[in-house]
Design a protein around this ligand. Structure first.
Ligand SMILES: NC(=O)CC[C@H](N)C(=O)O
Length: 398
């Protein structure tokens, strides 16, 4: 398909601030929480990460799309962002892995997207005044109309998990990414790690993985760590999980405000003390609520692939992939739950460990899709913890 970008696109923030650009995706008007991501690559993973549901994502890296798209990098079955904003989209896809251009991918998926936007001005605005709602349109919408639309919509109150969770439980077997030659090295490393922790060669442990908006890379890594993975819908009752006799429970990432998901707080609470649990991002936040804690909204969130995190126990620093707009309030946690890792950018909680139960969780994305692999060790730690049934510190942690 020829590259077309003659149409205009506008991004209007809830306070009326206007950004002009060019329409490079589908035609339409979309509404969402406007946020920025600082990753230099990994746009296909960002687009398909269900945690971005309801958000208009602006990439700060000035050129996006230069290695095209391929059949391996999707993280879910569809594009999830409400809209996509770039400084410049690359017309060419320069990679041996590419099967198409980003522009064709966006149009094909029906995503409203714009390039030519002053993403530096936008990011400065979001950093200074915080995330806000906005409207992205290619339909010549008036500013007043867009402001009215944005102000009539609320991100925090919607149950986005309901929109992204699977309808029925399913067994996670294989994914085309396993065949990706580019990932062979990673696969080898993980296989070796799997052997080291007993994840391969021994019979796998049975895992129920709650799908609040799970990513393929996470399921792949759980399987590689030595689990037989059964993915279950967010609405699955805890009694059902307990009756199924699984060895451990995984709580995935997902979209929206964790405080609004009270039925999920109950579900997780009913599993605490009954099964070893590992939570990621939204899963970590829901675990905090289940343990009696709470979260708060960050001014502009952490979204990118180079967020430094310090492990307070080992003093090790990890560079991590992040995507969250809320954080766990450490003051709200009971005394048996310890903050294990903190963000070196703003000091917020990045991981917590239960000292008496086999439970831990991380706020960032250890599956690293996209992003650095520093957090991968948590998957084998989970396998070890699930096998022993003991809390993390009894095993020396990471
Ligand atoms: N990646 C995630 O799971 C995000 C969790 C939650 N929706 C947040 O924004 O904080």
């Amino acid at each position: 398909m020829a590259f077309v970008r003659e149409r205009e696109a506008v991004l209007v923030l809830e306070d009326g601030e206007l950004f002009r650009g060019r329409a490079v995706g589908s035609h339409g008007t979309v509404i969402g929480e406007v946020c920025f991501n600082t990753a230099m690559s990994g746009y296909q993973e960002v687009l398909t990460d269900p945690s971005y549901r309801g958000q208009l994502v602006a990439m700060t890296f000035p050129q996006i799309g230069n290695y095209g798209v391929n059949r391996f990098d999707d993280q879910s079955a569809r594009v999830q962002v409400a809209g996509f904003v770039m400084r410049e989209i690359s017309e060419r896809a320069s990679s041996w892995r590419a099967t198409g251009t980003l522009q064709d991918y966006l149009s094909g998926a029906g995503v409203v997207a714009a390039d030519g936007i002053d993403t530096r001005r936008l990011t400065l605005r979001l950093r200074e005044r915080g995330v806000c709602r906005g409207v992205l349109s290619t339909e010549g919408i008036g500013i007043d109309e867009a402001v009215e639309m944005a102000c009539g919509w609320s991100y925090g109150e919607r149950d986005f998990v309901k929109e992204v969770t699977c309808r029925e439980p399913y067994a996670w077997e294989m994914h085309p990414a396993s065949e990706d030659p580019w990932r062979q090295e990673e696969s080898e490393g993980l296989r070796a790690e799997g052997r080291r922790v007993g994840g391969e060669g021994r019979s796998p442990l049975r895992l129920a993985a709650f799908d609040f908006g799970v990513k393929y890379a996470t399921l792949r890594l759980l399987r590689r760590a030595g689990f037989t993975v059964r993915v279950v819908p967010a609405s699955t009752k805890p009694e059902e999980i307990l009756a199924s006799g699984v060895d451990a429970v995984f709580l995935s990432n997902g979209p929206g405000d964790p405080a609004a998901l009270s039925s999920l707080h109950q579900t997780v609470r009913a599993l605490v003390g009954r099964k070893p649990i590992f939570g990621i991002c939204l899963g970590h936040q829901l675990l905090a609520f289940a343990l009696g804690g709470r979260t708060f909204k960050l001014k502009f969130g952490h979204r990118g692939a180079n967020h430094p995190v310090a492990d307070l126990m080992t003093r090790q620093v990890k560079i991590t992939s992040q995507n969250h707009g809320y954080a766990v309030d450490p003051e709200s946690l009971p005394p048996q739950v310890r903050v294990r890792e903190v963000s070196l950018n703003d000091g917020t909680c990045e991981a917590m460990v239960h000292e008496e139960l086999p439970i831990f969780s991380v706020q960032y994305h250890p599956e690293a899709a996209p992003g650095p692999n520093d957090g991968l060790g948590w998957f084998s730690i989970f396998r070890k913890m699930a096998e022993s049934g003991r809390p993390l510190d009894a095993q020396g942690g990471s």
